[in-house]
Design a protein around this ligand. Structure first.
Ligand code: IMP
Ligand code: MG
Length: 193
């Protein structure tokens, strides 16, 4: 694992959102979703693997009956720059017909992943599809401009890890969200897609 420190905290140059701040925000989103989806057939569909942590906390903050499933998508490989292509690696298994789907994503960056998953889920004929993202990156050029109803936090265009977000599959276990030191991905020369 190259330059990744044994103590993961050492690779973080700035903590953007603490564990406490994240849980507080996720619980508020859960209350809002609980109100909005009362009397409806809610299914949370999380995008593997980054949204796993968010989905887990969010689901426990929603008090109405609901189910959840996961879909798989990968666009980043092990680099910090989007490859520009989204590969679907796993489809949903629960029946979405007549359901109100809420897609759960970790971060809205180029928007390609969310757009691809939304298109995939449309084929399953749910009654509605709405989107939630924990993080909303302010980027200059967006490949897909999407209307995301539930947003945890907005942040500048920096590469962040923790609370499910990874670099090369590591750092997902950090309980907070922080900016990764460029030292980790720059010096090995290959920050290419
Ligand atoms: P998009 O398709 O360009 O919107 O990228 C979304 C995916 O890229 C997310 O699901 C993440 O896996 C990954 N990603 C984008 N920005 C970051 C970041 O700052 N840290 C870690 N992963 C990121
Ligand atoms: Mg990722």
């Amino acid at each position: 694992m190259g330059r990744i420190s044994k103590n993961l905290d050492r690779d973080i140059v700035e903590v953007l959102f603490t564990e406490e701040q994240i849980l507080k925000r996720v619980r508020a989103l859960g209350r809002q979703i609980t109100r909005d989806y009362r009397g409806r057939e809610l299914v949370l569909v999380g995008i593997l693997r980054g949204a796993l942590t968010f989905l887990s906390d969010l689901s426990r903050s929603i008090t109405i009956p609901h189910s959840f499933d996961m879909v798989g998508a990968s666009s980043y490989g092990t680099s910090t720059a989007s490859s520009g292509r989204v590969q679907i690696t796993k489809d949903v298994e629960v029946d979405l017909r007549g359901k109100d789907v809420l897609i759960i994503e970790d971060i809205y960056d180029s928007g390609r992943t969310l757009a691809a998953i939304r298109d995939l889920l449309r084929v399953h004929h749910p009654d509605s599809i709405t989107m939630a993202t924990l993080l909303h990156k302010k980027v200059e050029r967006r490949a897909a401009e999407l209307d995301i109803k539930y947003v945890g936090f907005s942040l500048d265009d920096r590469f962040v890890v923790g609370y499910g977000l990874d670099f090369a599959e590591y750092y997902r276990n950090l309980p907070y969200i922080g900016v990764l030191s460029p030292r980790v991905y720059e010096d090995n020369g290959k920050a290419t897609p």
